[in-house]
Design a protein around this ligand. Structure first.
Ligand code: ADP
Length: 590
């Protein structure tokens, strides 16, 4: 692969990444717009479903109360009040046996017309017997209405004063005409059966049951519910969460519904087609039960109003919260995509750099191989062709061949070592290694190179250095690579090489520093010198022999021993490589 193709591929990956980011942005924006539209529809759907739940709840409550009243109310009044009472008592006892809400009513009484007014007979709900009773003060409005009903010049029923009492239901009981009855008897004023709903029972079971059934509030209530009377000022009938004020719920309700919309026709039990008593007709004309009546009608007759508000504040809040959650997930995904793209970019960049370095390496190594080979070839040619005849000349050519083949061998060894260490350098059989001995060996083997570069060596080894547990040959190799660099590059300047070894007591480590007073390494190259195939600009320009593998190999070896290698360098001042290795006791075992 040539350099041009490597760069082309890198440019393509950058283009791809750019496109990915633009696409991510566009998708994010579209998601934002579309979820906005979906949210509006969702809010409307939620509201409609809430309204229909409330409507069904209202119908269920009406049906439940009406069914109870119907079971207890006789079809007609008997000629005598006592007879009517005993029929009511019998029906009441029967109803009690079958009902789910035995305590639905707190009082049941019969208002019997007489003496220009009504006498009240109360039913003892425990004993099931009737006894004369006083009109309770809370029933004053009701009593007034019954009187109005008896007054000669009264208008039709629909002119009854509204609103109805919040807790009482009064039902007229008419006597049916019998054979022999005079028309006068038939026009007799009705008895009134009065039911008073038991507020405590409503709060404890009737209303919570209904709310749970229709709003699914069993486990985790989503809604706050408040029911108030429709009187002015309103009184609270029911409140699902006493921690919230009534105003909080009613003022910002998501939906409301009129409750307890009871009209006389709901209590009729006569067969369809049989007309009821005349006085009931005005009610019936106002819209049949179950007929398409609007909220206006319900408003007029309902005794209570139910307000429902979502716990999150409102349905808008719920939907917008869901929308933001949705967007957060998208943003998270886009960020993930971005992070993946950045990682990909870094990887691509690294790959590109590595490819460039490899291409440079091949060119460099070819050159490094060719030079000594050419020298050896020429020397051999001269020897064979007797160009070098004198023993001194033969000796010189021999030495030349030896020197160049040594260089060749070093080069090949370096590449082979690198290839071996590529899959991870492992210290196979660690042995105690004396640091000073290794340093001396390395200095000894580099003697020729050091002398060739006219360098002086300053060596300082702290006495009593602990041994290192490791691979002696490997460590020698690593130190040699660093030391050879100091001679190769550091000689152009101070011609001085410092080798220091000391121990770091606190960390139980041995520190080896190899310093030179050469031209130094430019800051931008310092972090790259340990990368494989990397060669500095100056090294290439000055045609210093090398492969770019030495420091990478040294780093791999040192790290395999549990140690570290760092470089500190200042241009024109010199370079220091610091190697730290754990002392024997702490040395990592293979
Ligand atoms: P090589 O020496 O074969 O080029 P290395 O891995 O040993 O490869 O070194 C990588 C690069 O680090 C060198 O090409 C050189 O630019 C730079 N370098 C290493 N040691 C020194 C030093 N002591 N002074 C200046 N530059 C150095």
């Amino acid at each position: 692969m040539n350099l041009k193709r490597v760069r082309q591929r890198a440019a393509h990956s950058w283009l791809f990444l750019g496109a990915l980011f633009v696409l991510g942005g566009v998708l994010g924006f579209l998601q934002y717009r579309w979820t906005g539209e979906v949210s509006v529809a969702e809010r409307e759907r939620l509201r409609a479903s809430l309204r229909s739940s409330l409507f069904r709840l209202s119908q269920d409550l009406n049906a439940e109360v009406a069914a109870a009243c119907r079971s207890i109310t006789p079809i007609e009044a008997q000629p005598s009040a006592t007879q009517t009472e005993s029929e009511i008592a019998a029906r009441f006892a029967e109803w009690k046996k079958t009902t789910r809400h035995e305590r639905l009513f707190s009082r049941i009484a019969l208002a019997v017309p007489g003496n220009g007014g009504f006498e009240l007979h109360g039913l003892d709900l425990e004993q099931g017997t009737f006894a004369p009773a006083e009109w309770p003060s809370e029933w004053a409005g009701l009593k007034q209405r019954l009187h109005w009903q008896m007054s000669p010049g009264r208008g039709p029923f629909r002119d009854f004063p509204h609103p109805q009492d919040p807790l009482t239901i009064e039902l007229p009981l008419f006597a049916m005409p019998r054979p022999g009855d005079s028309g006068r008897f038939f026009q007799r004023e009705p008895h009134w059966l009065i039911f008073e709903l038991n507020l405590q029972a409503l709060r404890d079971s009737v209303l919570p049951d209904l709310i749970e059934r229709h709003l699914n509030t069993a486990d985790d209530p989503d809604y706050d519910v408040v029911i108030t009377t429709r009187t002015i000022p309103p009184a609270v009938i029911y409140q699902s969460d006493p921690g919230r004020t009534v105003q909080e719920v009613t003022a910002a309700a998501d939906a409301s519904v009129p409750l307890l919309d009871l009209r006389t026709e709901q209590f009729r039990r006569w067969a369809p087609g049989v007309p009821g008593p005349r006085s009931v007709q005005p009610f019936a004309r106002r819209g049949g039960f179950g007929g398409g009546r609007g909220r206006g009608m319900m408003d007029a007759f309902a005794r209570w109003e139910m307000y429902v508000r979502h716990r999150a504040g409102s349905l808008e809040a719920v939907v917008s919260r869901a929308r933001w959650r949705n967007l957060a997930v998208t943003a998270g995904l886009l960020m993930l995509m971005g992070a993946a793209a950045v990682a990909l970019a870094r990887y691509t960049r690294r790959e590109q750099r590595l490819a460039e370095l490899q291409i440079g390496f091949v060119a460099g190594v070819s050159h490094e191989l060719r030079t000594p080979l050419t020298v050896i070839h020429t020397a051999a040619y001269n020897l064979r062709g007797k160009v070098a005849a004198s023993p001194e000349q033969v000796e010189r050519y021999g030495a030349l061949i030896q020197q160049e083949s040594g260089r060749l061998r070093g080069l090949v060894d370096q590449i082979l070592d690198f290839a071996r260490a590529e899959s991870g350098y492992v210290v196979k059989e660690p042995e105690p290694v004396n640091v000073e001995t290794v340093i001396d060996e390395v200095l000894d083997s580099a003697k020729a190179l050091i002398e060739a570069h006219h360098c002086s060596v300053e060596k300082q080894i702290e006495p009593g250095l602990p041994a290192i547990s490791g691979d002696r040959v490997g460590l020698r190799h690593a130190l040699a690579n660093v030391l050879n660099n100091a001679a190769k590059y550091g000689s152009k300047g101070g011609n001085w090489i410092g080798v220091f070894a000391s121990k770091i007591e606190k960390r139980n480590q041995v520190e080896i520093r190899i310093a030179d007073r050469g031209p130094g390494i430019p800051a931008d190259e310092q972090e790259q010198v340990f990368e494989p195939f990397f060669r500095g600009r100056m090294a290439v320009e000055n045609q210093v022999h090398g492969t770019g593998l030495g420091l990478n190999l040294a780093k791999k070896i040192v790290e395999a021993h549990g140690g570290s290698i760092q470089v500190k360098s200042e241009l024109t001042k010199g370079t220091v490589f610091t190697i730290r290795l754990p002392a024997a006791a702490n040395a990592r075992q293979p």
